[in-house]
Every structure is written in structure tokens, then in C-alpha cells.
Write a protein that binds this ligand. Structure first.
Ligand code: ATP
Length: 422
């Protein structure tokens, strides 16, 4: 209970269908206890035997279907009870997709593939978490596909990936991220390399399809795809590309009527496009707080939640590894060999000579064992961050969650930096 202001205690009694929303003040911690009745946080049921401790900046909603009493201890930035939630609508969506899973099971066909789209801060990730939790509570094994490179739901920002959810998210720590399938993208917006982004989405879809062929429970349970909030111009094209690659059955549009109408027009008729409200509880995050959240995510990767782990620190010889970046600068059209398309350069592997400018960059360690494999489309084993480069000794120092020796030696450099001031 370190860091919790024990002198501030508040009791709340919630009527059925009400939601208690709170935000933890920066550098404070807050304890939540369920005293009576039943309640859930983003679809995970709370138990009375545990105190839930939330860290600085957490934005939480405790919802109850039947009524409950809870106790909050610690300093809160905002805290209020609301009756105004779209939870019944979301529950109905869950019931409808669960029906599709049942049909899939009976007819041995693919279960529902749901694409969740909307602008920034409409609660896309939260709706995905809710639907996944409700599914797993019924014994489903639904796969979360996260292509929101700004937040990096299954790994760190700048990645896309997939995770089959086999138990509900922890109310504090979220889903268990021990075995996700992760691909290196390298940027925090699809804009950083659209061609690569689309290539990786197609790749994820192929891998998910293969998994469905192999495991019928995964096939019937379907998937839920969390996207990023870029919904205009090329961002819109990426949504279409994703719907097509995954052959989405349902597209859940949060809050944006315009996006809903555009998708209805542009997607085939068999795709069920539905418009649903966002929760008034979703907290808007300014640019700065998004950046902080990204940093926090990377820190958590290396140090674990609440800094319960310590990363390893060691040197790597330049000669022991190969570092690449993805994408070569485009040549003027007139310099291109006949028949070669300009965009091929965007997914090309380019060797990088290690130098001081590598400092603070995050590197993805590819699972590829040889350059004969398609390194760009191979999943990654994990990440290191370069803390120092010594060109005289021809070594660089890294922070790594895994000890030496690393299992592979092809690194992909990300356009994302992390400065370790823990
Ligand atoms: P992005 O644009 O970054 O993809 P998003 O649309 O996925 O964002 P979320 O990450 O789901 O949005 O929600 C934004 C924040 O609001 C999160 O910190 C989440 O915990 C909080 N939040 C979501 N729903 C509620 C609610 N009902 N009450 C209080 N806070 C909430």
C-alpha cells in the first residue's frame, strides 16, 4: 500500500447499470475494494477478496449490472458516478456476435471477425477489451488483433500483433501478454510507412487464417481487430484494406456517422457495418499524454508492471549482429529499372552500419534465422534498447528483458526511442 494516501477514503453505493469513473492523480496510487454486490472493470468481474491498486494516471470505470458498494482509498483527480453509459448496447453487440460464434460452431464455418474503428479517443481499445472479456467468460478463445501502432496493445508502440485471449484481462494489468505474435513496424503512425503497414496487416490475416485451419476453437471464436484513430484519407484506405484482408464480417464504428456512411458505401453488402455511441466516460488524451503513455508502455516492457523486473544490461559486438532498417529512400522514377515499381523500396531491407545515432533507438530482434527468410514479414522475438554506442571498441550496450546470448542476430531498427531514466 506504498504511495496510497490512506487518509482519503470514499465510499460509493452504485445502483444497477451505473458506472463509477475515476482518474488517479499523477504520482499517486489508489486502492479499490469491492465491499458488496457485483461489479466489473471493462468486462472483468471484480472479486471481494482482492484490493485493486491503480497507478498514476489510470482512467477507470467500475460498472455494475446489479448494484454494488465500493471503497476508494487515495488521491483522485476526478471521480463521479454516471448513469449514462452505452454498456447495454455493447452487451447486445456481444450477444449478437456470440450468436454468430454458435452458428459457426454448428456449421463448422469461421466465427465472426469484428473490426473496431473510430476517431481518436472514442474508446476503441476499451470496447475491444470488453468484447474479448465477455467472450472468454463464455469459454471462447477469441483473438485480439492489434494494429494500433500508436499504443501497441499486444507489445510496444510501433508494432502490430495478435494474441489469443484465454482468460479475462486483469483489472489492473490488462491481458496476459506472455505469448503474443508480434511484427515490427517501427513507427507510431501508419503514416510512417503505409506500404509496410498494409503488408503486415495482410501477413497477420494470413497467419490468423492458418491458425483457424489448425484449431477449430480459435476459428469459431473469431477475432476482434483494434485499429488506430486515423480515419481520413490514407487512414481510411488502411481501414478498407484491413476489412478486406481479414474478410471482416462486422465493422463496429464508434461515434462517427460520417465514417459509418463511407464504410457502408465502400464495403461489400455482406459486411455488417454498425454505428454505436462512444461512452461519455472515455477520457480524451492530448498529444503529450499519448507520448507519455507510449513511454510508459516501453518502460513496462523492460521493467514489468510496477517495475517488478530488472532488465539485463550487456554489450553486443558490431560483428556479432546485423542491423537493418526497412525502406530505402525512393529513387526518382527516371532512375528506376524498367518495370520496377516505386513502392517496392518501402518494404526493402537496408543494412545499417552501427554508429552513435543508434543510441536510444529500440531494436526488434527478428525470429528469422537467415536472410533467405522474409525478414520484414517475420515475427519478432523481443526488443532491446540501445543505451550506448562505442565505435572505438565496436560494441553497443543494450537493455534487454532476456539475458545473453540472444536467440537470433538480425535486428530491425525502429524509429522509436526510449531514454531510460527509471
Ligand atoms: P486511441 O485513439 O488511442 O486508439 P481509444 O479510442 O482506443 O484511443 P481507449 O484507449 O479505449 O480509447 O480509451 C481512452 C481512455 O479512456 C483509456 O485510458 C480508458 O481507460 C479510459 N476509459 C474508457 N472508457 C472509460 C469509461 N467508461 N470511464 C472512464 N474512463 C474510460
Amino acid at each position: 500500500e506504498k504511495g496510497i494516501d490512506l487518509t482519503i477514503v470514499q465510499d460509493y453505493k452504485l445502483a444497477k447499470d451505473n458506472e463509477l469513473r475515476f482518474e488517479v492523480e499523477p504520482n499517486e496510487r489508489v486502492k479499490l475494494d469491492l465491499v458488496d454486490g457485483s461489479a466489473e472493470i471493462f468486462g472483468t468481474e471484480l472479486v471481494r477478496s482482492r484490493s485493486y491498486i491503480f497507478e498514476s494516471g489510470a482512467k477507470i470505470a467500475v460498472f455494475t449490472w446489479f448494484g454494488c458498494s465500493v471503497k476508494l482509498t487515495g488521491k483522485l483527480e476526478a471521480c463521479y458516478v454516471s448513469k449514462d453509459t452505452p454498456m447495454v448496447i455493447y452487451l447486445n453487440t456481444h450477444a449478437a456476435v456470440e450468436q454468430l460464434r454458435k452458428t459457426a460452431e454448428q456449421e463448422d464455418i469461421r466465427g465472426p471477425r469484428i473490426l473496431v474503428v473510430g476517431a481518436q479517443d472514442v474508446g476503441k481499445s476499451t470496447v475491444c477489451r470488453l468484447l474479448l472479456n465477455y467472450a472468454v467468460r463464455l469459454g471462447r478463445k477469441t483473438t485480439l488483433v492489434d494494429i494500433d501502432v500508436g499504443q501497441g496493445g499486444v507489445a510496444i508502440p510501433g508494432t502490430v500483433g495478435a494474441l489469443t485471449v484465454e482468460r479475462p484481462a486483469d483489472p489492473v494489468d490488462g491481458f496476459d501478454l506472455k505469448v503474443p505474435l508480434v511484427y515490427n513496424f517501427g513507427h507510431t503512425s501508419p503514416n510512417g510507412n503505409i506500404k509496410l503497414y498494409e503488408t503486415l496487416i495482410s501477413r497477420l490475416a494470413d497467419v490468423f487464417n492458418a491458425k483457424c485451419d489448425f484449431n477449430s476453437q480459435i476459428k469459431y471464436s473469431g477475432c476482434i481487430i483494434n485499429t488506430c484513430g486515423w480515419i481520413k484519407g490514407q487512414g481510411y484506405q488502411c481501414i478498407l484494406h484491413t476489412a478486406q484482408s481479414f474478410e471482416a464480417d462486422v465493422v463496429l464504428v464508434l461515434d462517427s456517422e460520417r465514417l459509418y456512411n463511407d464504410l457502408k458505401r465502400d464495403l461489400p453488402d455482406f459486411v455488417n457495418v454498425i454505428l454505436q455511441p462512444k461512452s461519455p466516460g472515455v477520457v480524451e488524451r492530448p498529444r503529450e499524454s499519448r507520448r507519455d503513455a507510449r513511454d510508459e508502455r516501453v518502460k513496462e516492457y523492460f521493467y514489468g508492471p510496477r517495475k517488478i523486473y530488472f532488465p539485463h544490461v550487456f554489450d553486443i559486438k558490431f560483428s556479432d549482429v546485423n542491423i537493418f532498417k526497412i525502406g530505402a529512400p525512393a529513387l526518382p522514377d527516371s532512375c528506376l529499372p524498367l518495370g520496377m515499381e516505386q513502392e517496392n523500396t518501402q518494404t526493402k531491407l537496408v543494412p545499417v552500419i552501427p554508429g552513435r545515432d543508434l543510441t536510444h533507438h529500440i531494436l526488434s530482434l527478428s525470429m528469422a534465422e537467415s536472410l533467405e527468410e522474409n525478414v520484414v514479414e517475420t515475427n519478432v522475438a523481443g526488443f532491446v534498447v540501445v543505451t550506448h554506442v562505442d565505435t572505438d571498441r565496436q560494441v553497443f550496450s543494450v537493455l534487454s528483458p532476456a539475458p545473453r546470448p540472444l536467440p537470433r542476430n538480425y535486428f530491425l531498427i525502429m524509429d522509436i526511442r526510449f531514454i531510460d531514466i527509471h
